[in-house]
Design a protein around this ligand. Structure first.
Ligand code: ATP
Ligand code: MG
Length: 426
């Protein structure tokens, strides 16, 4: 018999359902096995209309055992789904040990480390599962949006010989007889592809950063949504980032109501256009809000400043025209400022991007000015010698997009198996 799912059962059906034992409720005289599958739950009734042996088997099942139940679907007003199954057979496909490390029904809360150690069980909870259903939906929406913008999806190497930006937040690895690194960003590769016949590209992939500090918005392995396009400028790149962000919200709003309900989130699609502040305006506004550590021109925005700005603006916004010294070599720079922009959520930074430097001599000088060896970037510079168009792009953090969208405190919640200073397994 073909398998049916819990959410599609109609009275009068003869069905086979498969799933997990969510709960066994023995009320004396009548008992229920609540079977849970990926679609929902259904109750299996065990009363005197059912074989004694089946009743005995059903009431002795350990929670989270995997079972297959055949039977007749009957209407039952008092059942949560309006129907129940009267079983003709119950098969135990795999028994679960009686002591569970966490309670998948969610009645007993577990700490995050316990949950992460037992992620399989953790994702049997509706709200946790909902996060990952939404994460998948968001990635699908992003791909669809990028495709509609004529961007080509690319995959670039994660093992690299040189650091993208230098710096200390790199993971060295041993690569045969040499030292190599886990890539901290696809930046240089996506720029090289802008100069290729592809012109406009995107990648959704891992970035590796040896951030030493534990914060609720940093991971050591994160997922970056990268976009880069030939023949666009900073204004258009920002506009496209806004459009892509809104597309993700719209899709979740349209397709994930059940998941949002499970998470208790009342999702509102952000209003556009997002506000634009220059860096100068941003530090002025932040300082006017009264900061413990006042910002001076040239400082990066502190967490405190980001919070003050977020409170004052209350919606997504862009910060543009950053001091040149705060930005990496590949961003186009004027005398004092860089044509760089960040997209902020009131809670945190979501994206960084820029108009890129496409003139090879300047690029070489900038690499040297940042204390890096231009020779090590020869493979990258080469792409700029033979016809590199003006271009712009950005990198948007998928986990940060999700935690701000779903009002979740910690980025670890939206990663199946997060990597941080303490956690390398599972
Ligand atoms: P921050 O200053 O918040 O540490 P960043 O400016 O170093 O971030 P970028 O290099 O600008 O990060 O990366 C672009 C985007 O990628 C960030 O805005 C963020 O959304 C995401 N991102 C970067 N590093 C991390 C990380 N360690 N964990 C999670 N997301 C990250
Ligand atoms: Mg940044």
């Amino acid at each position: 018999m073909e398998r049916s799912y819990a959410d599609e059962l109609e009275p009068g059906d003869a069905v086979l359902v498969k799933g997990w034992v969510h709960e066994v409720r023995d009320l004396g005289g009548i008992a229920f096995v609540i079977l849970r599958d990926t679609s929902g739950k259904v109750q299996v009734k065990l009363d005197d209309s059912v074989d004694d042996e089946l009743v005995e088997l059903g009431t002795s099942l350990s929670r989270e055992s995997v079972i297959a139940v055949e039977g007749a679907v009957e209407e039952e007003e008092r059942a949560p789904t309006g129907v129940e199954i009267v079983p003709s057979s119950i098969e135990v496909l795999n028994e679960a040990e009686p002591e569970l490390p966490l309670d998948p029904s969610g009645k007993v809360d577990a700490e995050l480390p316990t949950r992460l150690d037992n992620r399989t069980l953790d994702l049997r909870k509706e709200d946790v599962k909902a996060i990952f259903e939404i994460r998948g939906e968001v990635q699908d929406a992003l791909r669809e949006k990028f495709r509609s913008l004529d961007a080509t999806e690319i995959n670039t190497p994660k093992i690299v010989a040189t650091a993208t930006e230098g710096g200390t937040d790199l993971f060295p690895i041993s690569y045969f007889e040499r030292e190599a690194f886990m890539n901290q960003s696809p930046q240089l590769f996506k720029q090289m592809m802008v100069g290729s016949g592809l012109e406009r590209v995107f990648e959704i992939g891992p970035i590796f950063r040896a951030e030493e500090h534990n914060t609720p918005r940093h991971l050591n392995e994160a997922t970056s949504i990268d976009f880069e396009s030939a023949f666009i400028d900073d204004d258009e790149a920002m506009h496209l980032c806004q459009e892509v962000t809104v597309a993700a919200y719209e899709r979740v709003h349209e397709e994930c109501q059940e998941e949002l309900d499970a998470l208790g989130v009342d999702l509102e699609v952000p209003e556009t256009p997002f506000e634009y502040l220059t860096y100068d305006e941003a530090i002025e506004l932040a300082n006017a809000e009264g900061l413990e550590h006042e910002l001076e021109w040239g400082d990066d925005l502190t967490t405190e400043a980001e919070q003050a700005l977020g409170d004052a603006i209350g919606e997504h916004y862009f910060v543009t025209d950053w001091p040149a010294d705060t930005k990496p070599f590949y961003v186009m720079k004027g005398d004092e400022t860089a044509r760089a922009y960040d997209m902020m959520h009131p809670r945190m930074e979501l994206m960084s991007g820029g108009q890129r430097e496409h003139r090879v001599d300047r690029l070489r000088d900038e690499i040297a000015a940042q204390g890096l060896e231009p020779e090590e970037f020869e493979y990258y510079l080469r792409a700029f010698r033979y016809g590199m168009p003006p271009h712009a792009g950005w990198g948007l953090g998928l986990e940060r997009l999700l935690v701000t969208m779903l009002e979740i405190d910690n980025v670890r919640e939206v990663v199946l198996f997060p990597r941080d200073r303490q956690r390398l397994a599972p």
